[in-house]
Design a binder for this molecule. Structure first.
Ligand code: NAI
Ligand code: MG
Length: 331
């Protein structure tokens, strides 16, 4: 028998456990040798145990080969930021790909945002300069920039994308974004055959809406990546469609971009697409590329045929949609 991969599963709150159940059903149907261990975290966990992020969960996540995460509620910052940090996840990969059958603004969109996850403004290093005056520090290092830029080029090469765009604001942030861009250029020089371009973040925001086909892989600093990836989600039909992967020194952490959706929780209404796409990213990260392709093709088939949850105009429940994906994989 082939090696079993140990996967830590943190369903969390609200629709988190529901979309994760759907994701696991689809992963099981691929036949990939995964062994799951379930862990507790989030608002409910806090209420029951006094801790949103128990040590046992953290230790389990660190010891696993990968982590599947659903969503948590108000404790998101405590839980997910802590997990990303403790797992050494310095790269945040956020794909935005439009699928036929899903109503959206820009059906031609197919881009991957590779966001630096360990430094920059988003870290929230803030202070006070005096009464009514606050500061935020933006630390950008050559080491972290080069590491994320190389990751973007490696991803582009593996996934068959022909271009990497470094997104910056060097005309204003002259020192920090010079460090970032010089590191990106060094990485670009190591990857023949992948085109490299640099673009200012404000004009990128406009061009993403007017002509998303200009972009394939984007590499950028933490806060710009945070904002642009939600913009990209808006192009393809919203949060229910957006998976993400946090990768780095430890196990990868795979989570839908959406939250715990308390308004629809417990009703079987949650769209499992983002979570299922997280499953495909996880498969690929562990070397199961063919299985990942099968999952994505089956999901695309369901979306095109209207075999979806209500938010996308269909009539299936969360698990009903998972079963439809599995049926296409087996069909
Ligand atoms: P949300 O993403 O939970 O919901 C926003 C809207 O999108 C809601 O109308 C919801 O019903 C809908 N939606 C979200 N996921 C969906 C899905 N899979 N299928 C169909 N519709 C879906 O964001 P919101 O409302 O701002 O936050 C709710 C809670 O989630 C908050 O407590 C917040 O802190 C937490 N949150 C957690 C995150 C995480 O665990 N990574 C990320 C974002 C928010
Ligand atoms: Mg965000």
């Amino acid at each position: 028998m082939s090696k079993q991969h140990e996967i830590a599963v943190i369903g969390g709150d609200g629709v988190g456990p529901e979309v994760v159940e759907a994701e696991l059903a689809v992963l099981d149907a691929t036949g990939a040798p995964f062994a799951y261990k379930h862990y507790d975290a989030g608002d409910d966990c806090l209420e029951r145990t006094g801790q949103a992020m128990p040590e046992e969960t953290l230790a389990g996540a660190k010891a696993a080969e990968a982590v599947i995460f659903g969503a948590v509620g108000a404790s998101a910052a405590e839980v997910i930021l802590r997990l990303r940090k403790e797992l050494g996840a310095w790269a945040n990969l956020r794909p935005s790909k439009a699928y036929a059958g899903v109503d959206c603004l820009r059906p031609e969109t197919d881009m991957m945002i590779v966001r630096e996850n360990s430094e920059g403004l988003y870290i929230g290093e803030e202070g006070e300069r005096g009464p009514g005056v606050a500061t935020a520090t933006r630390v950008i290092s050559d080491a972290a920039s080069y590491r994320i830029a190389r990751h973007a080029f490696e991803f582009a090469r593996q996934a068959g994308y022909g271009k990497v765009t470094a997104v910056h604001k060097v005309n204003v942030l002259k020192k920090t974004d010079t460090v970032f861009l010089e590191a990106c250029r060094r990485a670009a020089a190591e990857f023949d055959g992948v085109e490299y371009e640099e673009a200012l973040v404000d004009s990128v925001a406009m061009r993403m809406i007017l002509k998303p086909s200009d972009f394939q892989v984007m590499v950028t600093t933490n806060l710009f990546g945070d904002i642009l990836s939600d913009l990209a989600a808006g192009l393809i039909g919203g949060l229910g469609m957006c998976p993400s992967a946090n990768l780095g020194d430890g196990p990868g952490l795979f989570e839908p971009v959406h939250g715990s959706a308390p308004d629809i929780a417990g009703q079987g209404k949650a769209n499992p697409s983002a979570a299922i796409l997280c499953g495909a990213m996880l498969l690929r990260s562990l070397g199961y590329g063919d299985e990942a392709d099968r999952v994505e093709a089956a999901l695309a088939g369901c979306l095109a045929a209207g075999e979806t949850t209500q938010d996308l105009g269909g009539s299936l429940s969360t698990m009903g949609m998972a079963s439809a994906v599995v049926a296409r994989m087996e069909g």
